[in-house]
Write a protein that binds this ligand. Structure first.
Ligand code: BG6
Ligand code: MG
Length: 217
């Protein structure tokens, strides 16, 4: 592994808790289709693309639909979800995230976003964090979903660094796998039970600082 030169951040669950808004919107869709969708079910959608999320939801409800109908429902869910994220405020940034990003920047570490979300730009703008990222790779710029490393490899390329000079911050198992598949180090955000493959696991970015990052060198 090379010296750490860059950090790549997942968005949902690392910088902001959007899972609660995704949950409300998916639950309403499930209710319209006539079945219950629980918070536990929602855990399965973390880090997973919008269409895959819908497929999991339909499987839970035992519902089969045409591709056309699925596209319509995914769009409907997204419109509902966007009513929540369009109201987000910077005080919804998760504890320690902004301070850590600013510390990295001050230390000359390059920063990129690596998210599956097609709403990432909207969210970063609402949180007033867009300017802290030198590169933003989101769901509109990739064809392969995590655990494929595409999103992070594109981030490294955009920053002009090698994968083995990057550290990824991820809250989803598929995201940790994507980082490792890309030959990058990974800090898991959440439970060691789920993210055990990561190099270290912390509760949140409030537990990170530059010094702790350098221990991964
Ligand atoms: C990921 C979330 O970051 O983005 C998933 O963890 C979500 O839950 C995915 O499904 C896609 O998001 P969007 O905003 O494009 O529907
Ligand atoms: Mg995430």
């Amino acid at each position: 592994m090379g010296q750490i030169k860059a950090c790549l951040f997942d968005l949902d669950g690392v910088i902001v808790d959007t899972a609660k808004y995704h949950y409300i919107a998916w639950r309403e869709l499930a209710a319209e289709l006539g079945f219950e969708f629980t918070e536990e079910d929602n855990e399965r959608l973390k880090g997973v693309s919008r269409m895959t999320s819908l497929n999991i939801l339909l499987e839970i409800g035992g519902v089969t639909l045409s591709d056309e109908e699925k596209l319509r429902l995914a769009e409907k869910k997204n419109e509902n979800y966007r009513t929540f994220i369009l109201k987000m405020q910077p005080d919804e940034i998760l504890p320690g995230a902004e301070a850590f990003l600013k510390e990295l920047k001050a230390q000359g570490i390059k920063i990129a976003l690596g998210s599956a979300s097609k709403n990432a730009m909207t969210i970063l703008d609402r949180l007033q964090l867009t300017d802290l990222f030198e590169a933003i790779i989101d769901g509109t710029k990739v064809t392969e979903a995590k655990p494929d490393p595409e999103v992070f490899l594109k981030g490294a390329e955009a920053l002009g660094v090698n994968p083995d000079e990057c550290v990824v911050f991820e809250d989803a198992e598929a995201g940790v796998e994507a980082a490792l598949a890309g030959n990058m180090r990974c800090v898991g955000i959440g439970s060691p039970d789920v993210l055990g493959k990561a190099n270290i696991v912390v509760d949140g970015l409030h537990q990170m600082n530059y010094e702790k990052l350098m221990e991964l060198n």
